[in-house]
Write a new protein. Structure first.
Length: 449
């Protein structure tokens, strides 16, 4: 009897477990479409400052070729010289089913137009050198191109395009890959106040490109650029960034490349230890220790050379060239803004004074008019009337000027030229107002004598 009871108990327990699990599955399946995938940073396929390169000029886990120059806080893929080609590639192949890459870069040059552009790659082989933005043609995989130069003259560059290739396609450079692009969007990515950020997601066979156009310091300010569905890419391949210049030349600087492995919700992301063979782990450990020792040595040297700054946080001591330029521009704008505010206050004071003078003059004229009796107006009072109407005109202009003031319209960033023009205009106006005021004083004195 006891055995029978136990069986019934086990059976009902199992039924409950199965029922519960199936409910859980239904819930999980119903919600997978909204849940975002698990995201894990992959340092072996990434680089970023402030210690991007090692003392020998190499980038840990990456190789660079051509004219690329790695430094502590960026990789200059090409300098702004004619006919340059450079690239960086992961040393090892990546075989993630889903991934996301975040790339931060600047394309800058003195010309109104630049060339040729920058490309992000995921390809079955490293395209170390070649004619497609500094990398090999007839690649197998995908390229996301930031095409600066308008080769076909259709006025549709700078543009961003996604081009897939199975190893047979020759890139149509002369037509800016027009007929080969699987997705495209127009974005001017050159000479922006902040670095451009591109986020490329390959998830469930869909490739999506988001762009942060470098107008704000907000890192998450991404806009949708393009999406390619049912995109088949090699199951394993190398990530790369390449760039090239032509007759025109831009600096193509990459500040960071960060790779994330995506795992669908409900699936267990593989543990880090299980996927790295022991010998490789030892090698990385050794590389890391060397790097650490070198860093400590550098720190010591720095502290010896700069005994005064010991103990201060290291990050505060440095400022990159770009940070400095942006800071200077903003400080300059701020100063001009304050000056214009000051001028506006002066204008308000002058306006008040003008009103007072006009009323005094009007009173005086009225008095003289009554004392002269009801006869014909003499030439003196006619002159005074014309002075008064001029004064009223002046008052009206002043009022309009105040309402045109940037305080009322809000200064738009980077319209420095306009602000300078406004500044000079206001300055001249203030000088004229002062002359007008002196003139008023003369008139009142004349009237009183
Ligand atoms: Ca082009
Ligand atoms: Ca074009």
């Amino acid at each position: 009897m006891a055995v029978c009871n136990a069986r019934v108990f086990i059976l009902s327990f199992l039924t409950a477990v199965i029922f519960h699990r199936s409910l859980a599955n239904v819930a999980a399946e119903g919600s997978t479409s909204e849940e975002s995938p698990h995201r894990r940073f992959e340092y072996k396929y990434s680089f970023k400052g402030p210690h991007l390169s090692q003392s020998d000029g190499s980038i840990p886990f990456w190789i660079h070729s051509g004219n690329a120059i790695p430094s502590a806080d960026q990789v200059r893929i090409t300098p702004s010289l004619r006919s340059q080609r450079g690239s960086v590639w992961t040393k090892n192949k990546v075989s993630f089913e889903h991934w996301e890459a975040e790339v931060t870069f600047r394309v800058s040059g003195r010309g109104r137009m630049g060339a040729d552009g920058l490309a992000l790659w995921f390809t079955s082989e490293q395209g170390l050198d070649g004619p497609v933005y500094g990398a090999a043609d007839t690649w197998n995989g995908i390229g996301v191109f930031f095409d600066s130069f308008d080769n076909d003259g259709k006025k549709n560059n700078p543009a961003i395009l996604v081009v897939g290739n199975n190893g047979n396609l020759v890139y149509d450079h002369q037509n800016d890959g027009n007929t080969q692009a699987l997705g495209t969007c127009l974005r001017d990515f050159r000479n922006k106040p902040y670095p451009i950020r591109a986020k490329i997601t390959y998830y469930r066979k869909t490739l999506t490109v988001f762009i942060n156009n470098g107008f704000t310091p907000d890192k998450e300010d991404y806009e949708f650029c393009t999406k390619v569905e049912n995109m088949i890419i090699p199951t394993e391949g190398f990530f790369g960034i390449s760039a090239a210049t032509g007759g025109l030349a831009d600096d193509h600087d990459v500040l960071s490349f960060l790779l994330f492995r995506l795992t669908e919700p409900g699936q267990q992301p593989p543990s880090v230890d299980s996927e790295i063979p022991k010998e490789q782990k030892d090698k990385y450990q050794e590389e890391f220790q060397n790097f650490q020792q070198e860093l400590d040595k550098k720190k010591e040297e720095f502290q010896k050379e700069h005994p005064n700054v010991q103990g201060e946080p290291m990050d505060d001591l440095y400022e990159s060239v770009n940070d400095r330029e942006i800071r200077q521009v903003f400080e300059g704008q701020n100063r001009i803004h304050l000056e214009i505010k000051q001028i506006n206050r002066q204008l308000a004071m002058i306006l008040d004074e003008q009103r007072r003078y006009v009323s005094v003059i009007t009173d005086e004229v009225a008095k003289k008019g009554t004392s002269a009796g009801s006869g014909q107006p003499d030439s003196a009072s006619q002159q005074l009337s014309s002075v008064i109407s001029t004064q009223q005109e002046l008052l009206r202009n002043l009022n309009e000027l105040r309402w045109d003031h940037p305080e009322n319209t809000r200064i738009k960033p980077l319209k420095l030229l306009n602000i300078f023009q406004m500044y000079h205009y206001h300055n001249i106006s203030v000088r004229n107002m002062h002359i007008a005021m002196d003139c008023n004083k003369c008139i009142i004195q004349t009237l009183n004598t």
